[in-house]
Design a protein around this ligand. Structure first.
Ligand SMILES: C[S@@+](CC[C@H](N)C(=O)[O-])C[C@H]1O[C@@H](n2cnc3c(N)ncnc32)[C@H](O)[C@@H]1O
Length: 195
């Protein structure tokens, strides 16, 4: 197992990685692949890649152009450090980090989430990590994956409890108003589990 204290960036901390991996483990036996929307340099992806159940594919999505413009739901007086273009990376950087961790088979798609369609998403999903920071960057992946989630699948949204990024919690709350899943908040994560 990789050392969760050695992280590729400060975008997630060791506690969050440990929680993500705990929940990933709970989806053992649940059918479907693993997706991450907002992978940056792969801080979380390398752990998803190395700790996933055998036979499950890892699908990663990012513009690699950094954050888009904020929408109205994302405005926060304590979140002014988040601006368009922040957190830009390259697909090459991500692939190199994955390779160094021994993950050679991840499917990486460079795109804005709004340009993705059904064909870009696996047919069946057991685990999803959504880390796009903003309202639309969480809501769009939820729309893309929801019908593909298996019974018992888990969806984790980062920054739910981060007041600098209020769009993440607003997207989750909006979504759960009309969709069925349990919600558990731990650290800054929203952990949703499908019935
Ligand atoms: C907080 S970082 C992700 C950190 C990553 N999970 C990690 O473990 O290192 C947010 C990422 O989401 C991407 N992103 C945000 N909104 C996006 C969108 N609408 N379309 C595509 N990528 C987006 C950014 O490019 C950035 O790499």
């Amino acid at each position: 197992m990789l050392d969760t204290k050695v992280l590729l960036s400060d975008q997630v901390d060791a506690r969050e990685i440990a929680l993500v991996l705990r929940e990933l483990d709970r989806t053992r036996g649940v059918a479907g692949d693993i997706v991450e929307f907002g992978c940056y340099v792969g801080t979380t992806s390398v752990f998803l890649g190395t700790q996933r159940e055998k036979g499950k594919q890892l699908f990663l999505y990012d513009s690699f152009e950094g954050l888009p413009e904020k929408g109205l739901q994302d405005i926060s007086p304590v979140g002014q450090q988040f601006v368009a273009g922040e957190l830009a990376a390259t697909k090459k950087q991500l692939l190199s980090n994955l390779k160094r961790a021994g993950v050679h088979d991840a499917r990486v798609k460079k795109a804005w989430f709004s340009d993705l369609t059904d064909v870009d998403v696996p047919e069946s999903i057991s685990f999803a990590f959504l880390d796009g920071d903003y309202y639309d960057s969480i809501l769009i992946p939820l729309q893309l994956i929801w019908e593909r989630l298996s019974p018992g699948a888990i969806v984790i949204v980062d920054d739910y409890a981060n007041e600098a990024l209020p769009g993440a919690a607003r997207a989750v709350d909006t979504w759960l108003h009309r969709h069925d899943a349990s919600l558990h908040i731990e650290h800054s994560l929203a952990i949703m589990r499908l019935p």
